[in-house]
Ligand binder design. Structure first.
Ligand code: NAD
Length: 238
């Protein structure tokens, strides 16, 4: 049985990805930062559906916490075959007035968090000659969003990291791709400005499960000659 780690999986897109992967016969490590009860509920949903899931708490922005939590999995006989790097935050505000803390906090979670988690797992995947890494970026990282210079920078950085890492690992059968959601109905998008939907050709907000199915496809055996790509799941926005 393959095993996946999904960061930020206690709710939203991460939760939907965890459920989707589990429904495809993959054991899921359900990462959370604070909401242990929510992560436990996700695991219970998976187990009730006949799947396998284990909650795994750590803050992706904290390198020591990540190393301690991942060590048993990376160094043990049973590794992690699939990483979905999903944890992310926003701290919006116009750039000229942006608090340095808001800049650093967003980059620390999205970009540093990816580095802390993906590096040890990529090394182990390369050793085993099989792996899938899916990075959750955003359309903000492709076209930029006003009021989100920090978030857009972090998400664009993840696209660059995906492309470079895909090239590094291509001969090791470790496939690395990026998914860039548009406006998706989660807690994060509740403060999205009115009128944003008018720019979406499909004229509706996306659902987390619609992102999750694309992520799960990129994690599976059907993807063998596709790496370093950015797939926008955005109702035609980009
Ligand atoms: P969400 O806020 O519901 O979920 C984000 C998850 O990440 C939460 O479970 C949160 O606890 C977790 N998280 C945040 N910081 C963490 C940390 N330091 N360590 C561990 N976990 C942490 O939002 P979502 O919409 O489900 O977002 C999931 C991903 O999708 C994010 O990377 C987000 O940037 C991206 N995204 C969302 C949208 C959207 O419209 N909702 C659009 C584009 C991209």
């Amino acid at each position: 049985m393959r095993r996946a780690l999904v960061t930020g999986a206690s709710r939203g897109i991460g939760r939907a990805v965890a459920l989707e992967l589990a429904s495809r016969g993959i054991e899921v490590l359900v990462n959370y930062r604070e909401r242990a009860d929510a992560a436990a509920a996700v695991c219970q949903d998976i187990i009730d559906g006949g799947g396998r899931a284990i909650p795994l708490g750590f803050d992706v922005a904290d390198p020591q916490a990540v190393a301690a939590a991942l060590a048993p999995w990376v160094e043990g006989p049973e590794g992690i075959d699939i990483l979905v790097s999903n944890a992310g935050i926003t701290a919006d505000g116009l750039f000229v007035g942006m608090d340095p803390e808001a800049w650093h906090r967003v980059l620390a979670t999205s970009l540093d968090g990816f580095f802390h988690v993906a590096r040890p797992l990529a090394r182990a995947m390369a050793r085993r000659r099989w792996g899938r890494i899916v990075v959750v970026s955003s359309v903000s990282g492709i076209r930029g969003n006003p009021g989100q210079v920090n978030y857009s920078a972090a998400k664009a950085g993840l696209i660059g990291a995906t492309k470079a890492l895909a090239r590094e690992l291509a001969t090791r059968n470790v496939i690395v791709n990026c998914v860039a959601p548009g406006l998706i109905d989660t807690d994060m998008s509740q403060d999205a400005p009115e009128g944003l939907l008018a720019g979406v050709p499909m004229r509706r907000i996306g659902r987390p499960d619609e992102v999750a199915r694309v992520v799960a496809f990129l994690c599976g055996d059907d993807v063998t000659y596709l790496t370093g790509q950015v797939i926008a799941v955005d109702g035609g926005l980009t």
